[in-house]
Design a protein around this ligand. Structure first.
Ligand SMILES: [Zn+2]
Length: 344
């Protein structure tokens, strides 16, 4: 593929979706003597400044193919870097996850990719579909990108939620296995417009947990709003996210301002409710917003005689989805918590 085409219009994502075979073999080139570009493969592009940098930043989007807003934000950033409108001062890797699912405007084709990391792609039945193969490929590129360098590592895995949320934007902080949670990361995400946080307290197979666990990255699953078709996003709602991420990759830091815990809503996971029977049903409206709370004793879900109840004041629902496969998570409940021990 002529590099000229890429640097003239910057349409890396478009070419990746239309002609993935163009990216079958790895390519390197330089932008205006200041930035090294690595084409890792379709939907996977890295930028490295010639000058010294101290951060390696992964921005992933489209792990779910229909979550368009983050894809559009990252696509525009890549275009601006390739065409010289934006210059990185830090190493940045952009990953567009599920290209095939984008084409059919679906979350996934065969399997939810954000349950396939940390090796889950190769658990039985093995690498049997494209999502599993892609998850492995993404892991390998992240591993190569972070490599043996001693710099600070970050991974923001950008999503939009299936349903609306009382707290429009929120982030899931992966389980840290005893490493401290970082207030500075909450501040960074607050600058992105994200002020609601969900602390995960167990290992998972999400992309952000993978980078956090394997590479010690400050990593988050960031939910930026509600799913909309390509071209139907009100991009003004993502302006703070876009501006902050651009500043971070071009300047290496942002002005965090003073920390105000009153601005933040922090929750921890209380119940993980899996669907184990076909008659599983959720006991609230289909359009109930994420972070809607229910009183103790309220039956949130039931299946074959088992009732799942709210247990704590302020206990709220997140990611309800009765349509998941048997054995998968159909609902999380969360309860409010505060910054205290275990934070730095
Ligand atoms: Zn998603």
């Amino acid at each position: 593929m002529p590099v000229f085409e890429l640097t003239k219009h910057g349409q890396f994502l478009q070419l990746s979706r239309q002609n993935p075979e163009l990216f079958a073999s790895r390519r390197h080139f330089t932008l205006s003597d200041h930035t090294q570009v690595t084409l890792y493969g379709a939907g996977m592009i890295g930028f490295e400044p010639e000058q010294d940098s101290d951060k390696s930043i992964v921005l992933s989007s489209g792990i779910h193919g229909n979550e368009t807003a983050p894809i559009e934000i990252c696509d525009a950033m890549v275009q601006d870097i390739l065409t010289g409108k934006l210059q990185v001062s830090q190493r940045v890797l952009f990953l567009f996850g599920n290209l095939a699912a984008m084409d059919i405007a679906e979350r996934f084709i065969e399997e939810n990719m954000n349950r396939l990391f940390s090796g889950a792609h190769s658990a039985p039945p093995g690498l049997c579909n494209d999502e599993r193969k892609r998850a492995l490929e993404l892991e390998n590129v992240v591993a190569e990108f972070f490599g043996q360098r001693q710099d600070r590592r970050y991974h923001y895995d950008l999503h939009t939620a299936i349903r609306g949320s009382k707290n429009d934007k929120f982030a899931v902080y992966p389980f840290l296995h005893g490493r401290p949670w970082k207030i500075s990361q909450l501040q960074f995400l607050a600058a992105c417009g994200v002020t609601t946080f969900l602390l995960s307290e167990s290992p998972t197979t999400t992309f952000s947990y993978f980078s956090s666990r394997q590479f010690g990255a400050d990593a988050f699953t960031v939910e930026l709003g509600k799913v909309m078709p390509f071209g139907h996003n009100d991009m003004s709602r993502f302006a703070a996210t876009d501006k902050t991420l651009r500043r971070f990759i071009s300047h290496g830091q942002i002005d965090l301002g003073d920390f105000d815990p009153a601005q933040m809503d922090i929750f921890k996971i209380h119940q993980v409710i899996n669907k184990t029977r076909d008659d599983f049903k959720l006991n609230f409206a289909d359009d109930a917003l994420n972070f809607t709370d229910f009183p103790p004793g309220y039956v949130l879900a039931e299946e074959n005689g088992t009732k799942y109840q709210a247990e704590y004041p302020g206990e709220a629902i997140v990611f309800p989805n009765a349509k998941v496969a048997l054995g998968q998570r159909a609902l999380l409940t969360v309860i409010p918590t505060e910054i205290g021990q275990g934070w730095e």
